[in-house]
Design a protein around this ligand. Structure first.
Ligand code: CAA
Length: 257
């Protein structure tokens, strides 16, 4: 499949999607977001892929929604534009998704990274929700996901005051999993995603589902849900394989079912 605004490649069991609109610092227009989600849904359906990595360039993961595309929009134009709906498609991806962020992750770019399951960053990464400077607020999850990730005090500092977080601050506040050197961040991110991609596929999928249930369910409902997913895994060949491999001191050979 050929795309206009993204590049895709497979590195072992990692499906890599790279945003590729360098002249606009990977500003997210509707066409790019649709391509991104088409590619990710294709990887989600591909049994040879265990994990996805979404990345941009060294200078910009993505500098936000395309301001030029929406500058003259009316509310009804925005309502009829399926742009923000693409984030809902991302939240339905069942395999783990890692965002590898270098440079700017601003506005919709930061919201895209946060809609992934984990974020790894280069030392140069900058996270921000600077929509206030445009006379708007975040619209693709920034007020919700940022507050859940870093807490109200830091989130409001970013959203009301346009504060950027450095990679180190983002890690300290719980937004980012790992910070890697600028020179090696992409290989390091691929290694990080590669380790996840090699794990038992059904368990990975249900583990992601169980963790995300925290954001949707009261505690007892979440605990009950987790227990059912846990029991269900005892129907998989991979549970038998994983436990047999442990008992016999050998490496597990996952079947994917
Ligand atoms: N939309 C459209 N074009 C953008 C863009 C964006 N979000 N961000 C950068 N660009 C374009 C610039 O217009 C410029 O294009 P031209 O060369 O054609 O003029 C090119 O990318 C390079 O940008 P700069 O010259 O500004 O580069 P810089 O290094 O001086 O500054 C920057 C980099 C600080 C990221 C600056 O570009 C910037 O502030 N960008 C906007 C960030 C922003 O406000 N993002 C939020 C968007 S709204 C949103 O995302 C809503 C939502 O929640 C869904």
């Amino acid at each position: 499949m050929t795309y206009e605004y993204i590049l895709t490649r497979e590195e072992g069991r990692v499906g890599v999607v790279q945003l590729n609109r360098p002249k606009a610092l990977n500003a997210l227009n509707k066409a790019l977001m649709v391509e991104l989600m088409d590619a990710m849904e294709a990887y989600d359906a591909n049994a040879d892929i265990g994990c996805m990595l979404v990345t941009g360039s060294a200078k910009a993961f993505a500098a936000g929604a395309d301001i030029k595309e929406m500058a003259n929009a009316t509310p009804v134009d925005m309502l009829n534009n399926p742009f923000i709906d693409q984030w809902d498609r991302l939240s339905k991806i069942s395999k783990p998704v890692v965002a590898a962020v270098s440079g700017y992750a601003l506005g919709g770019g930061c919201e895209l990274a946060m809609a992934c399951d984990m974020i790894v960053a280069s030392e140069s990464a900058k996270f921000g929700q600077p929509e206030i400077n445009l006379g708007i607020i975040p619209g693709a999850g920034g007020t919700q996901r940022m507050t859940l990730a870093v807490g109200k005090a830091v989130a409001l500092d970013m959203i009301l005051n346009g504060r950027f977080l450095s990679a180190q601050e983002a890690q300290q506040f719980g937004l980012v999993n790992r910070v890697y050197p600028n020179e090696s961040y992409l290989e390091d991110a691929l290694a990080f995603a590669g380790e996840i991609a090699e794990r038992a596929p059904v368990a990975l999928r249900l583990a992601k589902e169980a963790v995300n249930a925290v954001f949707e369910m009261p505690l007892q409902a979440g605990l009950n849900h987790e227990r059912k997913l846990f029991y269900m895994l005892f129907s998989t060949a991979d549970q038998k394989e994983g436990m047999d491999a442990f008992v016999n001191k050998r490496k597990a050979d996952w079947k994917g079912h």
